[in-house]
Structure formats: structure tokens, C-alpha cells
Design a protein around this ligand. Structure first.
Ligand code: SF4
Length: 230
């Protein structure tokens, strides 16, 4: 399939999800893949709620893109923040950057700043949508486009699973979709500022996330039985 055919397939999958598994929500991190989904949902699939998790440690470029999207698209973007008391207690005990010290501390931070807000965002939903792609990492090879998400007790749709990076960028260029400025500085994946960095050409896109940890251990709990992180 070329990009136009894949786009038609994408719209069809999302519209089917909307009609069979509403209420539905799209978890948008404002990375390149998620901008494809946001553009399609804004234009063709109006009943899928768009939300993002503001961990409190997002890069300025992501906040700038949120503002651009709010001006450009006439759809609500729901923003979920972590529980203030939980963040305060963790930072008091571990320091603001305590996630660098051990994987256990890093996972605690991800749990408070990402997993708990995700659970809040998905409460009462029958399905959710992500921008995961198979070629992003070895740990995403066994994903399915649609599967039952046992952790969150709802259907999970990964409609870009078979899209290549070049196809994502072809869509963004063709439809003049805004994207995160960090991509122009070598960031393949967009996450929290202190835990994400640029990758070298040809390097695994996930290499820029939690680069101080072993690749096989990279997970944050958003996709627990898939052993990967958003
Ligand atoms: S990615 Fe880093 S800053 Fe963000 S929630 Fe996880 S450990 Fe905390």
C-alpha cells in the first residue's frame, strides 16, 4: 500500500473504532506519528477524544506545539497532569532528577507522572489509540494493530503499526501538518526533556530514551505487557 492507501485504511480503522468502541481516546505525545493521528482525527473522526499527559518535565518545544495545535485545529485537547502530592513526595525523597540514580527510581517517576495520569485519562473508555510503529524498536515486533489491553481493560488500537518513518513524514509534508521542532534536531522520539535526547543517523530511534539504561530494560509502564514505553 502507498501512503494514500494507508491513509484511507487509517481513517477507516479509526471510524470503525469510533462506531464500535466509544467512548474512545487518543493518547497524543505530539511526536511525528501522533501528529498524523491528530490530523486525521481532527478532520475525520470527531468522537475520539484527544488527550496528552503533561508530566511536568516536557520540553518547551512540545508545549509550543500544543499551542500551535490549539490554534490550528478546532478540537479540544485534554491535558492530564500528575497528582501534585505524589510528585511533591517523590521529589522531596529523591530530588528533582532522582530518576537518573536507578531504574527503580526512574520507574517510580514514570509511574507517578505518566502511568497514573494515563489510568485517569482512560477511566470509563472502551478503547484507546496510540501511534506505536513496529519498526521503532525490536520490542515492538510482536504488537498487533488491534488488541485487548489487559492492564487498562479496554481495546487498544495501534493503527500506524505498519507505517514506515518515511511514510509518516510524507503524510506530514503532504498535509502541511505542524510537528515538534525537536525532530529537526535529531530527536526520533519525543518524551520528557531530561530523559530524551537526539540520536545519530541510523541509530535505533528508541536509543534516545533513557540512554543510561540497558536497551532491554526500557519500559515505563504505559504498555506493560509490551515491554516498551511511549
Ligand atoms: S521520562 Fe523521566 S522525567 Fe518523565 S516521567 Fe519518566 S523518569 Fe520521570
Amino acid at each position: 500500500m502507498d501512503v494514500a492507501e494507508k491513509t484511507r485504511d487509517l481513517i477507516s480503522r479509526l471510524q470503525k473504532l469510533e462506531s464500535t468502541h466509544s467512548p474512545s481516546a487518543f493518547a497524543c505525545s505530539f511526536g511525528a506519528e501522533d501528529m498524523v493521528l491528530l490530523d486525521v482525527i481532527a478532520k475525520h473522526v470527531h468522537r475520539i477524544e484527544v488527550f496528552t499527559l503533561d508530566t511536568g518535565r516536557l520540553p518547551e518545544e512540545t508545549h509550543a506545539l500544543v499551542d500551535t495545535v490549539r490554534e490550528r485545529y478546532s478540537i479540544p485537547i485534554r491535558i492530564y497532569f500528575p497528582d501534585t502530592a505524589a510528585v511533591e513526595a517523590w521529589v522531596e525523597q529523591n530530588g528533582p532528577n532522582g530518576f537518573y540514580r536507578s531504574m527503580a527510581q526512574r520507574l517510580q517517576c514514570c509511574h507517578i507522572r505518566k502511568v497514573q495520569p494515563l489510568q485517569k485519562a482512560l477511566a470509563g473508555k472502551k478503547s484507546w489509540v496510540t501511534g506505536l510503529r513496529r519498526e521503532q524498536s525490536a520490542s515492538r515486533q510482536n504488537l498487533e494493530i488491534e488488541a485487548w489491553d489487559e492492564s487498562n481493560d479496554l481495546v487498544k488500537l495501534n493503527p500506524l503499526l505498519e507505517w514506515a518513518a518515511e511514510e509518516v513524514w510524507a503524510y506530514l509534508k503532504t498535509h502541511d501538518v505542524p510537528y515538534n521542532a525537536l525532530h529537526d534536531r535529531g530527536y526520533a522520539s519525543i518524551g520528557c526533556a531530561p530523559c530524551t535526547r537526539a540520536v545519530a543517523p541510523g541509530e535505533d530511534g528508541r536509543a534516545g530514551r533513557w540512554w543510561w539504561e540497558q536497551a532491554s530494560q526500557k519500559e515505563c509502564g504505559l504498555h506493560p505487557h509490551q515491554k516498551v514505553a511511549v
